[in-house]
Ligand binder design. Structure first.
Ligand code: FUB
Ligand code: ZN
Length: 653
């Protein structure tokens, strides 16, 4: 963080005379999650990885500060002060959910504090929280635009009739704002142990509990944009207050129930009851946030109808509506899913927020079952359609993530390339909230097993079966597939480590038949322990190593990487006759800047390629032959405007 700006903001708080009450939490309890598998907490995972650490540092050292400056510039903080009567003026910004950018920055910064303690940043967060507290109404209500001037929402599409609370829930984001507030407050509390933000969230959640439901003087309805549900469940987890859990369930149970409220329709997944939904429709971010909450309910309440529904929805999404990059949401119109197999490339929406929400959902599904397929989706999304949203300089972003560019079509909200900010800045701040939490995806544990889900150099201290087990992973993944893992139990003992064999290494692009490899170059993964080859086949996608582990045992795994050619199901009209290139978990793209003959490029499965590390784009493996040079998709559009393709005309397959 640049000291001058930080101090400037903090000074502002003290000038305003706001107190930063940051008493630490007491009497807070962790309620049962219902999940049989838990992530190894990020405070126990130290990432040293040459791929992910620079991305995490970029967000910690650049993007967070950049976004705080943008929020200051665009009046996000002023809105809280105006709502609390400490500043004169009218609502700044253009979205009814601008408050959430502040919450999401605090969430990401809180996670960042775990891996990179930073007193100055922590103090800054306390200051921002003090500003937020100013904007909260006496009874807990918190949506600044409405408090400042209910008759004048920042966006014309928020219909105001009488200026009353909750009158325009389809658009007002009066429940979406609190949802992000709860998510952020939960993370801030866990990261810092401070209760200052959590107090604001709980005061608001208590208002929600008093306001919504079927009882006397309550409002029967559901949120327009989901996220309050997972937020409420998180508050339930740390307080044990079942009213929060019950309200989340109420909101889910009543979607698609016309007896409860006039339905918002498929755009908001409010067309039929959630347990009957089996096709992913409507606004993709709303959808995956809702499916994540449904999965929480399935876990906590052991609800088989919810479980069946999320499985049906997942199959539909992954088998019929997912881009090869893991991105979801085909249409700009409504930021929404299209029909089955409708996956245009130039006009793909594939919103960064939707990719993030999808990872959150898939991790929950994994936690329920330990099924490898969920981490196959997570890995593909992470390395491709999610991290593409952040530029290499940390201050430019994709909101939609197109899979093709003609150099003219403005896929990124009015631009052909990455933008420094947006009128609607949901994606940059979602990147901030997500990226510092990436260490929490790498390892998981159940009562019986330790899982290695992702390959990234790191050290994990895992509290397992009454002892701490250290795993030290060292790898050059995703640039090559060799991984070494040192195992250090406190005492020699028998336990099980499950090593995920990535889908691409099992010759599976994604679960289902939406994409398949067009070549036959797959080479099986292999394994040694202390240099001795282990003759074992993956079972259900894992190397399962159950043995007496001794201190300093070393596992070496090789996932051989080859340049692979992918073809799409023939029902995907857009990709007919086309091939895409992959290497390990990375999807590749060709950009005009590297390819003078861009328009004439074709691929053949017989082509021979060279894979080499090049000193471009912060260091990537390029794939080249006499005809083309391809770069990892996530790094496209970091060198100006130009044409790009993921899918290229194919020959002989
Ligand atoms: O409506 C809030 C957020 O803004 C959505 O999740 C994004 O898709 C963007 O529309
Ligand atoms: Zn977004």
């Amino acid at each position: 963080m640049k000291t001058v700006n930080t101090i400037g903001l903090v000074a502002l708080i003290f000038l305003l005379g706001l107190s930063c009450n940051s008493d630490t939490a007491q009497n807070v309890q962790e309620a049962q999650t219902g999940y049989q598998i838990q992530a190894v907490d990020i405070r126990n995972v130290k990432v040293t990885d040459q791929f992910w650490l620079p991305v995490i540092k970029r967000v910690q050292e650049k993007t967070i500060e950049y976004a705080i400056e943008k929020c200051a510039e665009e009046g996000r903080f002023d809105n809280f002060l105006m709502a609390g009567g400490q500043m004169e003026g009218t609502t700044r910004g253009e979205m009814p959910f601008d408050d959430t950018d502040v919450y999401k920055i605090i969430e990401g910064a809180s996670n960042s504090l775990i891996s990179a303690p930073n007193e100055e940043l922590e103090l800054l967060l306390d200051s921002l929280i003090a500003i937020i507290a100013v904007g909260q109404e006496e009874d807990g209500y918190l949506t600044t635009w409405r408090t400042i001037d209910p008759a004048n929402p920042p966006a014309p599409w928020v219909e105001v009739k009488e200026g009353k609370r909750w009158e325009s829930l389809a658009a007002s984001h009066e429940m979406y704002n609190p949802g992000h507030l709860y998510e952020a407050a939960y993370t801030h509390y866990l990261a810092t142990g401070k209760q200052n933000f959590l107090d604001i969230a709980l005061k608001n959640a208590d208002l929600m509990v008093r306001t919504f439901g079927d009882g006397d003087n309550k409002i029967a309805t559901v949120p327009g944009h989901q996220i309050i549900e997972t937020g409420l469940i998180k508050l339930y987890r740390i307080t044990g207050n079942e009213e929060y859990l019950n309200l989340a369930k109420y909101f889910l149970d009543n979607r698609g129930n016309p007896e409860n409220h006039p339905l918002f329709g498929p755009y908001s997944q409010d067309h039929i009851p959630v347990v009957e939904q089996d096709e992913v429709v409507g606004h993709a971010v709303r959808a995956v946030y809702m499916y994540a909450a449904m999965t929480d309910i399935a876990a906590i309440m052991d609800d088989s109808a919810y479980l069946a529904a999320v499985h049906n929805l997942w199959h539909n999404m992954v088998e019929k509506k997912m881009y090869i990059t893991g991105g979801i949401g085909a249409r700009h119109e409504g930021e929404s899913f299209g029909e089955n197999y409708e996956l245009p490339n130039l006009t793909a929406y594939s919103e960064t927020c939707a990719a993030i929400g999808d990872v959150y959902w898939n991790q929950r599904l994994f936690n329920l079952s330990g099924d490898v397929k969920y981490f196959d989706v997570i890995e593909r999304t992470l390395y491709n359609g999610l991290i593409s949203g952040l530029s290499l300089d940390g201050t430019h972003f994709f909101y939609p993530n197109a899979l093709e560019s003609d150099g003219k079509y403005q896929s990124n909200r009015g631009a052909c390339t990455r933008q420094g900010w947006f009128d609607c800045s949901c994606c940059p701040t979602n990147i901030i909230r997500f990226v510092p939490a990436i260490p929490g995806l790498i390892y998981s544990k159940s009562d019986e097993e330790i899982f290695v889900n992702l390959y990234a150099s790191s050290e994990a201290d895992i509290d397992f079966e009454g002892q701490m087990i250290k795993l030290s992973q060292s790898t050059n993944y995703p640039w090559d597939g060799r991984v070494e893992i040192k195992v250090e139990p406190e005492e020699d003992s028998e336990f099980t480590i499950k090593l995920r064999v990535p889908g691409w290494s099992r010759n599976e692009v994604l679960p289902g038949d939406l994409y398949t490899y067009a070549d036959s170059k797959n080479q099986p993964a292999s394994l040694t322990i202390n240099g001795e080859p282990i003759d074992t086949e993956p079972i259900d996608g894992y190397f399962i190593l159950k043995r007496q582990w001794k201190n300093n045992d070393v596992i070496e795994i090789d996932f051989p990487m080859e340049v692979r050619f992918v073809k799409a199901n023939e029902k995907v009209e857009e990709d007919k006759g086309k091939l895409s290139l992959e290497y390990g978990p990375l999807v590749y793209a060709v950009e005009e800047i590297d390819n003078p003959g861009f328009d004439a490029i074709t691929l053949s499965v017989d082509d021979e390629y060279t894979v080499q590390k090049e000193d471009i784009l912060l260091g990537v493996n390029t794939i080249t032959n006499s005809q083309l040079k391809a770069i990892p998709y996530y790094a496209w559009s970091n060198r100006g405007v130009g044409k790009m393709k993921v899918w290229l005309e194919g020959k002989q397959f």
